[in-house]
Design a binder for this molecule. Structure first.
Ligand code: BES
Ligand code: MN
Ligand code: ZN
Length: 496
């Protein structure tokens, strides 16, 4: 899709489709009022006739106007003017996106971003529109044999903007949004692919393919021999139970001077998690193909950062494996030795994500990082604790926790901080090893984070549990691409 800034007066606009906002009680936004004057009061009249009063997300489509210059009008309800929150605006955008798709126009112009959203600016408004539209137009059709015909015809969207600084802001927002949309799409595509296609090797090949697209991005892939030689005994113990060879994906983006400390992103890359010998129940087990969403979001975020030429050094680490039961799989009670030298008693083979992550987090030390953020579909308990709206956040560093939370608010890809208190650490005691890999039934998402915290003492670290946010179940089953938007926002914020 082509996004552009258009500096044209509504009075002179020529377009097959225009998207405009109106508030509660049919109060038109400035651009809508100008168009209404041009159309001789048609908009007000039709709103009144159809009893559309401006609730957030209400839409009135006028498929034919009497003027050939403006063929269609999509009017989008924004609710009460002084109550326009970011969430309400987003709801209105989702409705606008659906209407745009159904309108079958190839090109459209929008002025919805002129609405004053609480605490946000023009650039944010534009960026959200693009992100919402892209996610609403997304379809995963790679594996359908018949062509899918509900594709949108829209190929160009223009934002009406006036004044030099506003134009520059909107332009920058378009660039950022397109890079984020690209990274999000990549993450979704990887995640939606089934486990028999998206194996650890496939994931590594895709990361290498991304690496070839950017001069400043180097991608290397370590195989099982390298993983063993590094002493990653926790990681390799999980992979041993599956026929698919493990991969450790290392992406290094150099946008700043070599001595500048990098930001390291670590993503859990379980391309299928059956639980191992502690096998999962069969209901919805297909969704465990999504257990690599953390890894996919790291690959997507790095691609977006490279696309934006961010002046930072960024490293992406994705330990990739399957977790299956077999004669070679981990057994409850097994004790393995991590790269950090800490021995781990595996009391439940389904708590495998932390076994991969602990070794990747130890590997991260070699970069002397400015900060490390790991992203993982780590625990069902996180979904019980927080539901599916925010991702869970844990951190050993106040400034980092604040920065990640702010990036979440800014991108509306939100997180909610959870405790990492000393008291929980006792639940991870083992009679036979340094550490147990589960902490009992209580506070499962917290004890998982506590487990990781044992391996991250040497740098500022944040852990994001995306078990509730990485994909949707049910009729809309599909990956969300979260938290690519948050991660890229966090990185953009580091450049200011
Ligand atoms: N990948 C799962 C976590 C998960 C489950 C995410 C369901 C999203 C939906 C993870 O590897 C896992 O199995 N965790 C266990 C941990 C338990 C054994 C301590 C869990 O959450 O049940
Ligand atoms: Mn598991
Ligand atoms: Zn898992």
């Amino acid at each position: 899709m082509d996004y552009q800034v258009k500096s044209e007066f509504v009075e002179n606009l020529v377009t097959p489709c225009v998207v405009l906002g109106f508030y509660h009680k049919r109060k038109l936004t400035p651009s809508a009022a100008l168009l209404d004057a041009r159309l001789g009061g048609l908009l007000e009249k039709l709103l009144k006739r159809d009893d559309v009063d401006g609730k957030p997300g209400e839409v009135l489509v006028i498929p034919h106007t009497p003027q050939d210059e403006v063929e269609r009008v999509i009017l989008v309800g924004l609710g009460k003017k002084d109550e326009l929150t970011p969430g309400t605006y987003r709801k209105a955008l989702a409705a606008a996106a659906r209407a745009l798709k159904d309108a079958h126009a190839k090109q459209a112009v929008s002025a919805l971003h002129e609405a004053e959203v609480q605490g946000r600016d023009l650039g944010w408004n534009v960026r959200q529109f693009i992100e919402v539209l892209e996610s609403s137009l997304y379809r995963f059709t790679e594996l359908k044999s018949e062509p899918v015909n509900d594709k949108s015809r829209l190929s160009r969207l223009q934002f009406l903007v006036h004044g030099d600084s506003a134009i520059a802001n909107a332009q920058r927002a378009i660039e950022q949004a397109q890079a984020i949309a690209m990274g999000t799409r990549l993450a979704k595509d990887l995640a939606n692919l089934p486990g028999n296609v998206c194996t650890p090797s496939y994931l590594a090949d895709q990361a290498e393919r991304v690496g070839k697209q950017y001069k400043k991005l180097k991608v290397k892939v370590l195989g099982e021999k390298d993983i063993d030689e590094l002493g990653m005994g926790a990681f390799s113990s999980v992979s041993r139970g599956s026929e698919e060879p493990a991969r450790f994906i290392v992406m290094e983006y150099s946008g700043a001077a070599a001595k500048t400390k990098p930001y390291v992103l670590v993503g859990k890359g379980l391309t299928f998690d059956a639980g191992g010998i502690s096998i999962k129940p069969s209901a919805n087990m297909d969704e465990m193909k999504y257990d690599m969403c953390g890894g996919a979001s790291v690959i997507g975020a790095i691609a977006a950062a490279a696309e934006l030429h961010l002046p930072l050094n960024i490293v992406g680490l994705v330990p990739a494996s399957e977790n299956l039961p077999s004669g070679a799989a981990n057994k409850p009670g097994d004790i393995v030795k991590s790269m950090a030298g800490i021995t781990i008693e595996i009391l439940n083979t389904d708590a495998e994500g932390r076994l991969l992550l602990c070794d990747a987090l130890t590997y991260a030390k070699r970069y002397d990082p400015a900060a490390v953020i790991d992203v993982a579909t780590l625990t069902g308990a996180c979904v019980v604790a927080l539901g599916r709206h925010p991702s869970g956040l844990w951190s050993n560093n106040e400034a980092l926790a604040a920065a990640v939370s702010e990036a979440g608010e800014a991108s509306l890809d939100r997180v909610w901080r959870m405790p990492l208190w000393e008291e929980y650490q006792d639940q991870l005691k083992s009679n036979f090893a340094d550490l147990a890999n589960i902490g009992g039934p209580d506070g499962g998402s917290v004890t998982a984070a506590c487990f990781l915290s044992r391996f991250t003492k040497d740098y500022p670290w944040a852990h994001i549990d995306i078990a509730g946010t990485a994909w949707k179940s049910g009729a809309d089953k599909g990956a969300t691409g979260r938290p690519v938007s948050l991660l890229v926002q966090y990185l953009i914020d580091r450049t200011q």
